[in-house]
Design a protein around this ligand. Structure first.
Ligand code: GLV
Length: 321
């Protein structure tokens, strides 16, 4: 029986899989994220860590775990909370959960596009406020997305799934990507690959789907925002630090762009106060993968990865260092 530390509550089918494979799951049940001290204490002697994005898994955790640790299974597709080179150096496999959350996250990105261009959150606030309102020809006009250009930064699975949705709404798609995007999807969508500078300068909606790495930190900087159209919107469902949030607040305040939809924040869960009282901003509490089905799929995939590595088999979805 191996000890598996699960750093926060996950859907039961994930725990069941670990236990059916004969492992002991030690789950941090809260309240709140697992305190660092608890993590360092509980990880000692564990063979596996099933980690949530709220926990940083780094050299200190690896040292606290000791030589028994064989796998860190992140219950997320993004793994910027894990020091992958340190894990590799310690011979610890790292896995994530791609695929199972693609549609749920693309749905949230599309929802943010509609919310910000059609002023949906602002309208909802108005109705709830009790302030007088009534239909009029010029009340709360938004902007059409049909015929407009979506720029996808990071044409991986989620970016491609968003592009598919945007095409159904009549948008054209350009993208920039580090590697090769899925050629079949790109040709089916009529998506055009462009340089990042062109993407930002010509798109009506820019949506971020790249991982957060040293290279993508503040990819959306003050300078980059200045290159966007004044009528453009920015959507972020990837990771907060990809956007320089202070620069974004300045850009909105000075009318450099028309609006923003954010599901993630630079200093999550803190939100820059300059975003809170603006009507051209839509703010969601990191809901990208937050459906019962998707979170269950993530827990199950993380558990299957854990069980596979502990059984000496290759993981299903390993992260490469
Ligand atoms: C959530 O943010 C994820 O990366 O899966």
């Amino acid at each position: 029986m191996a000890r598996v530390l699960v750093t926060g509550r996950i859907p039961q089918p994930g725990i069941d899989l670990l236990e059916q494979a004969g492992h002991e799951a030690i789950v941090w049940a809260g309240p709140g994220p697992m305190p660092r001290g608890e993590l360092l204490r509980c990880v000692e002697g564990a063979s596996a860590v099933v980690s949530l994005i709220s926990e940083r898994i780094d050299a200190e955790v690896l040292t606290a775990a000791g030589p028994s640790l064989r796998v860190v299974s992140n219950v997320a597709v993004g793994y910027n909370n894990i020091d992958v080179p340190a894990c590799s150096a310690a011979g610890v496999v790292v896995t994530n959960t791609p695929g199972v959350l693609t549609d749920a996250t693309a749905d949230i990105a599309m929802a943010l596009i509609l919310m910000v261009t059609r002023r949906l959150a602002e309208g909802e606030r108005l109705v709830r406020s009790g302030r007088p309102w009534g239909w009029s020809m010029f009340t709360m006009l938004g902007t059409d997305i049909r015929g407009r250009q979506l720029g996808v930064v990071g044409m991986g699975q989620i970016g491609t799934a968003l592009a598919r949705r945007a095409r159904a709404f009549g948008m054209s798609v350009v993208y920039s990507n580090r590697g090769e995007a899925d050629p079949a999807a790109v040709s089916e969508l009529g998506a055009r690959r462009v340089e990042m500078d062109e993407l930002f300068a010509t798109s009506d909606v820019v949506s971020l789907h790249c991982p957060y790495t040293a290279e993508t930190l503040h990819l959306v900087s003050a300078a980059r925002l200045q290159t966007m159209k004044q009528t453009a919107y920015l959507i972020n469902t990837s990771r907060g630090p990809v956007v320089d949030e202070a620069a974004l607040v300045d850009a909105l305040a000075s009318g450099v762009i028309s609006g923003v939809g954010l599901d993630v924040f630079e200093h999550e869960p803190e939100v820059h106060p300059g975003l809170l009282d603006r009507d051209d901003v839509v703010l969601l509490p990191h809901l990208g993968s937050a459906t019962v089905e998707t979170r269950t799929g993530m827990a199950v995939l993380a558990a299957r990865n854990t069980v596979a590595v502990l059984a000496g088999q290759p993981p299903l979805t390993a992260v490469r260092a």
